[in-house]
Structures are given as C-alpha cells and as structure tokens.
Design a protein around this ligand. Structure first.
Ligand code: ATP
Ligand code: MG
Length: 392
C-alpha cells in the first residue's frame, strides 16, 4: 500500500510543485492551504505522512504538530522551515517531528525524507496487523495433563467431522478459545464463524437475530432481515452461554438442529442451512435439566461431542506453560521486555486456587509485567496476596 502525503503550504505554486514531484515518485498526495484544512484532513485519517510548512496564514505549523502527536497512529511529520531557522526545526524535532527540510527545497532530499517516513508508516502497519492477529487468536495451550490432551484430540475429531459440540467449564477456562480452535482445525476454517452471546439478549431478540424476520413480522420490522443462521450457512454458529435461553427458545433451536431448516419470524418459507453448532455454557446443565430449566432433548442433541474444560486448580502442572505463553503474547503486543519468571513466583502462583481460571492468570501476569523492570517476573512483582501464599 502506498502512503498518502498531506502537503501543508499556503503557496499554491509551491504545493503543486511538490505534489508533482511526489506523484512522479509514486506517492499519493493531498493539499491543504492553511491550518484549518490540514486539521480536517488529519482528523479524517486521510494522511499517512505530513509535509508541514511552519508559517501559515492562520497560525504556526508547530501548533498542528501538537495535534498530530496526539493522533493514534500519528503520521510522521516532515517540517519545512525557511533557510536559517534551525532553532525552530530543533524545537519541532523535540516535539516529535520526524525530519526537517530547509527552503529552497531540494527535490532529492525531499523524496528521500518521504521515503524514510513511508518506511516508518509501513512498519507500523505491519506491527498493527501482527498485534491484531495475535489478539484475535490467543495461543491455545494444551499443557501436559492427560485430560487436556484428550480434550484437544476430541476437539480435532469434532472439527474434522463438523458435528455439534457442547463445551462446558467454569468461567475463564477457555471455552471461547477452544471454539475457535475447532473452527481453525476443521473444513469450515475459512467459512463464517458467527458468535451469538445468548446471555446478552432476551429470547425474543435472539430469535429474530438468529432466524431473521419478514417485513411486518412485528412492530418496527419495516424491512425483511436475514438471520445469523443464514449468515452462518456453510460455517459455524457459536451459541455462547446457551444456558441463558428459556425452554421455548431451546425448543426452536432443537428443531433447527434436527431438521437443518427454519422459518424467518413472520415467514412462511422454510430455509435450509448447513451450519455446525458449537454451544458453550459455564453453568451445570445436568443440574438445570433436573430442575427443568434446560431441555434434555436439546442437551443430548448438542453434545454429540462433549468437551468439559477442567478448572485451572485441577491442572496446576500447566501453570508454567500458560505463564510462558501469556508472557510471550503480552510482550509481542506491548513490546514489554519481560521474557521469564522465577521458580519462586511460579510456586506462589501454584498456591492460589484461581476462581477466575486462565483468564485470571492472564491478568495476573499482565499486571506483574507492568510492575517488572527486569527480564524476569519475581515474587515481588506479584500482588501481596501471592507473596503471603508461600513461606519465604
Ligand atoms: N488453553 C488455554 N491456553 C491459553 N490461554 C487460555 C486457555 N484457556 C483460557 N485462556 C485464557 O483465558 C481467557 C479466557 O478464555 P475464554 O474467553 O475462552 O473463557 P470462557 O471459558 O469462554 O469464559 P466465560 O465463561 O467467562 O465466557 C482467554 O482470553 C485466554 O487468555
Ligand atoms: Mg466465554
């Protein structure tokens, strides 16, 4: 992707001269004749690099520099000063400008300054992509416990066979993560993965979200709207917190699972879909079946493969592997220099009972890294409750 350079200069001839030179060198360029126009262009994110003249009719270019530095990402600025105004240039560099050029402009210097800035821009883009992908897809740690090895194996088989999966486990045990693992391991990896959090919506909303509705199906339904079920066709529907649905809704879900078809709300025609269902719950569905709040038939229909994720306190042997992975991911994301953890700190972590499971462990590690100036997390970087857990 080529970079777009914003040329801020009040002289029209100067602008078009620079514009031509940049176009010849393969850059896109846009122009602004004063601070106000430049502000506007920067606010909309149109500029990757800013070429900024200091003297402008409505103020000094330096004041724009301040605004630019507050942007995220902030485009690199190349300042253009009158000949001999080195002190202004130095001040601007202190404030975060990347480079400066003096008038009269030397074209060769101009292009090589823009080239350098452009490298900075593409490096940042790459880094942002890297961060995004490592955030989307947290590294999945199986660990050394035989229980987890069995779960990983079953998840793979379920993925390959595209069958319904029911994932249970306490909060923070990785239900959403394993749903993603199943997706990536199966033939539907590049098909839609549509999550719906049943706890966040009332059943009536879930129904119209899932199945869509016809125009006039209810007040406010002015247009026909396809449901997530149709969006997920060929892919996976992830029903998170399925225990939050009422039994009526459960019956409707059962019908889709059984017959692979449904009707839009207010609709007559049946729509046939091919959707793999992955459902997750952090509540005890067996107990809910006993008291009648979860339908038995749906339960058995969902759990063609049944993955129960153990709480962290039952897999303490995996703490070092998990911690190592969290440290790597966090330093990749933030550039934090921490690379390791001491045996003493691990011992303290293993003495805690982790009601929030892996999510809690991740947060504890992220916090420790914040307080750690060395390359190794030690006992002292953990919060006081951990320090009192072991006898020193
Ligand atoms: N096996 C694992 N490997 C690495 N990290 C994990 C694993 N399991 C959980 N985590 C960490 O714990 C966090 C929470 O996991 P996730 O969101 O999948 O939990 P959950 O079971 O869906 O919890 P809830 O019931 O609260 O929705 C993840 O973002 C990740 O940081
Ligand atoms: Mg979850």
């Amino acid at each position: 992707m080529s970079s777009t350079v914003l040329i801020v200069d009040d002289e029209e001839t100067a602008r078009s001269f620079v514009h031509g030179a940049l176009s010849d060198a393969g850059y896109e360029a846009i122009e602004a004749g004063d601070l106000a126009a430049a502000r506007q262009a920067i606010k909309t994110g149109a500029a990757d690099i800013v070429l900024l003249d200091v003297v402008l009719p409505d103020g000094s270019g330096l004041s724009l520099l301040e605004q630019i530095e507050r942007e995220n990402p902030s485009p690199p600025v190349i300042l253009i000063t009158a000949f001999g105004e080195v002190d202004i240039a130095v001040e601007a560099m202190k404030q975060g400008a990347q480079d400066f050029l003096q008038k009269p402009l030397d074209l060769e210097r101009l292009i090589s300054a823009v080239e350098r800035a452009s490298e900075v821009v593409s490096l940042r883009r790459e880094l942002a992509l890297l961060r995004k992908s490592s955030q989307d897809q947290y590294e999945w740690i199986v660990g050394d416990t035989p229980e987890m090895a069995r779960i990983a194996d079953e998840a793979e088989r379920a993925a390959a066979a595209s069958v319904s999966v029911l994932i249970t486990g306490e909060t923070g045990t990785g239900k959403e993560i394993i749903a993603n693992v199943i997706r990536m391991a199966g033939p539907r990896a590049d098909k839609p993965f549509v999550p719906i959090n049943c706890a966040a919506l009332p059943d009536t909303m879930i129904e119209s979200e899932l199945f869509g509705h016809e125009a006039g199906a209810f007040t406010g339904a002015t247009k026909r709207k396809p449901g997530l079920m149709e969006v997920a066709d060929g892919g996976i529907l992830f029903l998170d917190e399925i225990s939050s649905t009422k039994t009526d809704m459960q019956a409707k879900l059962l019908r889709v699972l059984d017959e692979r078809k449904f009707r839009r709300v207010g609709g007559i025609h049946e729509i046939i879909v091919d959707v793999q269902i992955i459902a997750a719950s952090n509540r005890d569905l067996l107990a809910m079946m006993k008291d009648g709040s979860f339908r038995e038939d749906l339960y058995y229909r969902l759990k063609v493969v049944d993955l129960h994720l153990p709480p962290l306190r039952e897999r303490m042997a995996d703490v070092p592997a998990l911690v190592g992975s969290f440290i790597r991911q966090e330093s990749l994301r933030t550039g934090n220099p921490v690379t390791d953890i001491t045996p003493r700190a691990i011992e303290a972590l293993k003495a805690h009972d982790w009601p929030g499971n892996m999510r809690e462990l991740r947060h504890v590690i992220e916090r420790a890294m914040l307080f750690c100036d060395d390359e190794e997390i030690d006992l002292g970087h953990l919060s006081p409750e951990f320090q009192s857990l072991i006898s020193s």
